[in-house]
Design a protein around this ligand. Structure first.
Ligand code: PLP
Length: 341
């Protein structure tokens, strides 16, 4: 298989149309077989449920070329499971987990020419998503749905290494206590766009959202979970029912405990204790870990001791270990790596 002639080392984080995508339709109460197609266009009625009542959810994962030349993906079963949870909460039909993983494998296989080579820093981003495709005018779930998987090669999230970012504590909320914060619903992103653009206009990279009930506890940003390192080297991550359960965060907890011998704690984290931490970072599939240098809370600067120059030493070890597992340099826990080619 011949790779596409792309400047792999200089790819951005954007959409590029690859050769094939997977499409399956839900009709009369059942999913069809699904096909790989070269048609990137979606044709739906003007009255489709997704267009009016935002019935849609999505997932995000990556395929990597490993050191020994295989193409693998990372814990796709957890994306499958999480999408099932999203679908149930949005009254959408579940796309069965085994079929989800199979479809991810088939879609990547069909697009092997688009998987960036080992060492380029780039990866193949995989985006499974589902939406209500049939007409709905009264408020109710659609009767028909489409499940698709698209792939696109992406460069490293941070070119030239991860520089610590400055974020702000925001007065906006991303999730209500018994709302949809724990599922990957498109609607969670729609309403975070104004706060993130506002943050950018004020010179901040991200928003730190607090729990909307008491505004005292750290939740997450618009698209990444927080991890903190205490001065005595413990990993602490916020626990809340309205946080999206990041697969990267769950994997980092395991790596911290079982590879690095660290203590890990998933518990409520008060905003007032953040100034006591030694290191802070954001985690998610796109960047793995983004280090935080400074958190601005209504004009008051909380500066992390790890500083504004580099990722702190403990987060660096976590980052190196997890990316080592993903790229096949470090042995993975049982079942984490799904070999595709
Ligand atoms: C997708 C997402 C994350 C990161 O999850 P990963 O599985 O690690 O990619 C974190 N927060 C929100 C709100 C998300 O949508």
């Amino acid at each position: 298989m011949e790779k596409k002639n792309l400047d792999w080392a200089n790819l951005g984080f954007g959409y590029m149309k690859a050769d094939y995508r997977f499409v399956s339709n839900f009709k009369n109460g059942a999913w069809d077989e699904g096909v790989l197609t070269d048609d990137d266009k979606v044709v739906i009625t003007e009255c489709a449920g997704v267009l009016h009542y935002c019935q849609s959810c999505f997932e995000g994962l990556k395929a990597y070329t490993t050191e020994d030349g295989h193409v693998v993906t990372f814990r796709p079963d957890l994306n499958a499971k999480r999408m099932e949870d999203s679908c149930r909460r949005l009254e959408m039909p579940v796309f069965p987990a085994e079929r989800f993983v199979e479809a991810v494998v088939e879609t990547v296989k069909a697009n092997l020419a688009w998987v960036p080579p080992y060492g380029s820093g780039a990866t193949l981003y995989i985006r499974p998503y589902m939406f209500g495709s049939s007409a709905v005018i009264g408020v109710k779930p659609a009767e028909e749905y489409q499940f698709r998987i698209l792939v696109t090669p992406v460069g490293p999230y941070f070119k030239g290494g991860a520089k610590p970012i400055t974020i702000r504590v925001t007065d906006y909320d991303r999730a209500a206590p018994h709302g949809t914060g724990h599922i990957k619903a498109g609607l969670n992103y729609a309403m975070s766009l104004y706060p993130i653009m506002d943050a950018h206009r004020q010179g901040y990279a991200e928003n730190m959202y607090l729990d909307s009930a008491t505004r005292t506890k750290v939740e997450e940003t618009g698209g990444a979970n927080f991890i903190f390192i205490t001065k005595d080297g413990k990993l602490v991550t916020p626990k809340s029912d309205s946080i999206l359960p990041s697969i990267t965060r769950r994997s980092l907890l395991h790596v911290a405990e079982h590879y690095l011998g660290m203590e890990v704690e998933e518990r409520e984290v008060l905003l007032s204790e953040v100034s006591d931490f030694a290191e802070a970072g954001l985690c998610g599939t796109a960047a793995v870990i983004s280090p935080i240098g400074k958190i601005v809370d209504h004009g008051k600067d909380i500066c992390l001791p790890s500083g504004m120059e580099n990722m702190g030493p403990v987060l660096t070890k976590l980052y190196d270990t997890l990316t080592g597992i993903q790229m096949g340099r470090i042995e993975a826990p049982e079942g984490w790596i799904k070999k595709i080619a």
